[in-house]
Design a protein around this ligand. Structure first.
Ligand SMILES: Nc1nc2c(c(=O)[nH]1)N[C@H]1C(S)=C(S)[C@@H](COP(=O)(O)O)O[C@H]1N2
Ligand SMILES: [Mo]
Length: 332
C-alpha cells in the first residue's frame, strides 16, 4: 500500500453505564448533569470534562443513534478517538491518496438515492433501498479499534448491525462460501477512480464464517450520526480484527460466491496484502513491521509513542477460533 504520510480522552464507561441511545447521548446527558452539579457518582470513571468535546460530532449530519451493543468485544475501555481525527485522517482512494484528501473531496459523493444489490448464491436476492437496509435490523453502537495496515489506529464508535442479520434474511445457498463487497466507482463524482492506483471498483471479501461473525458490522453511522462521506457513506463494512482496508466503504453490491473473490489490494500487490489480512503483529508486511501501531491523537507523528499491536487487533478471544489450524504466515 502506498504510504503517504489528538487524544483529549476520557475513559469509556462500561456498557452498563451507557444510556440506550449511545455514548455521546450519554455524554451530553452527563454534561448537562455536570452543569447542574448533579453528576455525583456518575462522574466516577470519567477522566475529565474537557475530553468530552472531542468525541461530539458538530451535529451537521442526521442523528443515527444505536443502543450500546452487548456483542462480546463491541465495547472497550480505551479512549475514543476525536471525531475530528476520525473524519479528517482517512483512506478513501477514490477521493485521493493523501489522508487529508477524502475530507476535502468527498462532498461530491451522492448518497441518495442509493441501492445495495444482494446477488449471487442466495435464495432471496434483491435490491435494497438504503432506507430499507437501515431499517432491516436494530441499530447498535460498537466501539471498535481500527488498525490500518500502514501502522496507525483509532478507536471509533460505529453504528450499525451485524452483517449476519442481512445474511440470514437472504438465505445463502449451500455452495456460497464467500461474500464479496463491491463499492461505488463513479468517475463523475469520484475524482481518483480514473487513476491507476487501484483496479476499480474497490472490492473486498470475507469467508462466510467471517461474514457471519457477530462482530462484522454493516455500518451506517459513527459517533451517533450517519456516516460522513469520507468514512464511506451511506453504508460500509467494518471488520475490526482485520486491517482497515478490508472495511470497504460505500458498498453497492453484496455478492455471494463460491470461490475466493479478488480484492482491490490483493490485486494491486498480492505479496503484500493477502485475502485474510488479519491483524497479526507476528507477520511483517514485506516492507515494514506490524508489531506496533501509532494511535492517532497520541502526540506528534514524529515522536509519537507506539503501542504494541495485538493479535487479531485485540479480538482474539472472539475470532481466534475461526482460524484454528491455519498457517497464518501462509494465509496472511
Ligand atoms: N471504497 C474504499 N473503501 C476503503 C478504502 C478505500 O480506499 N476505498 N480504504 C480502506 C482503508 S486502507 C482503511 S484504513 C479504512 C479507513 O476507514 P476510515 O477512513 O473510516 O478510518 O477504509 C478502507 N475502506
Ligand atoms: Mo488502511
Amino acid at each position: 500500500m502506498l504510504i503517504h504520510s489528538r487524544d483529549k480522552g476520557f475513559v469509556h464507561p462500561h456498557a452498563s453505564e451507557i444510556t440506550p441511545r449511545g455514548v455521546y447521548e450519554g455524554r451530553r446527558d452527563l454534561l448537562k448533569l455536570m452543569a447542574t452539579g448533579a453528576a455525583g457518582a456518575a462522574l466516577a470513571g470519567w477522566a475529565g470534562r474537557e475530553a468530552l468535546a472531542g468525541v461530539t460530532p458538530p451535529g451537521k449530519l442526521a442523528a443515527l443513534p444505536g443502543a450500546a451493543s452487548s456483542v462480546p468485544g463491541a465495547q472497550t475501555m480505551e479512549k475514543i478517538s476525536d471525531y475530528k481525527d476520525a473524519t479528517s485522517y482517512n483512506n478513501y482512494y477514490e477521493f485521493g491518496t493523501d489522508k487529508g484528501d477524502p475530507v476535502k473531496n468527498a462532498h461530491t459523493l451522492k448518497t441518495r438515492p442509493w441501492t445495495v444489490e444482494v446477488e449471487g448464491l442466495v435464495k432471496k436476492p434483491g435490491k435494497y433501498a438504503i432506507e430499507d437496509l437501515i431499517k432491516l435490523s436494530a441499530q447498535e453502537e460498537r466501539i471498535y479499534r481500527l488498525r490500518c495496515v500502514e501502522g496507525w489506529s483509532m478507536v471509533i464508535p460505529w453504528v450499525g448491525y451485524s452483517l449476519a442479520e442481512l445474511i440470514k434474511k437472504v438465505e445463502p445457498q449451500g455452495n456460497a462460501k464467500y461474500v464479496e463487497f463491491v463499492t461505488l466507482a463513479d468517475p463523475k463524482t469520484m475524482p481518483f477512480v480514473g487513476s491507476r492506483v487501484l483496479d476499480w471498483p474497490y472490492a473486498e471479501g470475507l469467508r462466510m464464517d467471517e461474514a457471519m461473525h457477530p462482530l462484522t458490522l454493516l455500518t451506517f453511522g459513527m459517533y451517533g450520526e450517519v456516516l460522513p462521506n469520507q468514512n464511506g457513506a451511506p453504508v460500509r463494512i467494518v471488520v475490526p480484527w482485520k486491517y482497515g482496508f478490508k472495511s470497504a466503504k460505500s458498498i453497492v453490491k453484496i455478492r455471494f460466491v463460491e470461490k475466493e473473490p479478488g480484492t482491490a489490494w490483493n490485486k494491486a500487490a498480492a505479496n503484500e496484502y493477502g485475502f485474510f489480512s488479519n491483524v497479526n503483529p507476528n507477520v511483517d508486511h514485506p516492507r515494514w513491521s506490524q508489531a506496533t501501531e501509532r494511535r492517532i491523537g497520541d502526540g506528534s507523528s514524529l515522536f509519537a509513542k507506539r503501542q504494541k499491536t495485538l493479535m487479531f487487533n485485540g479480538y482474539e478471544a472472539q475470532v481466534g477460533q475461526l482460524y484454528a489450524g491455519m498457517d497464518l504466515k501462509k494465509f496472511y
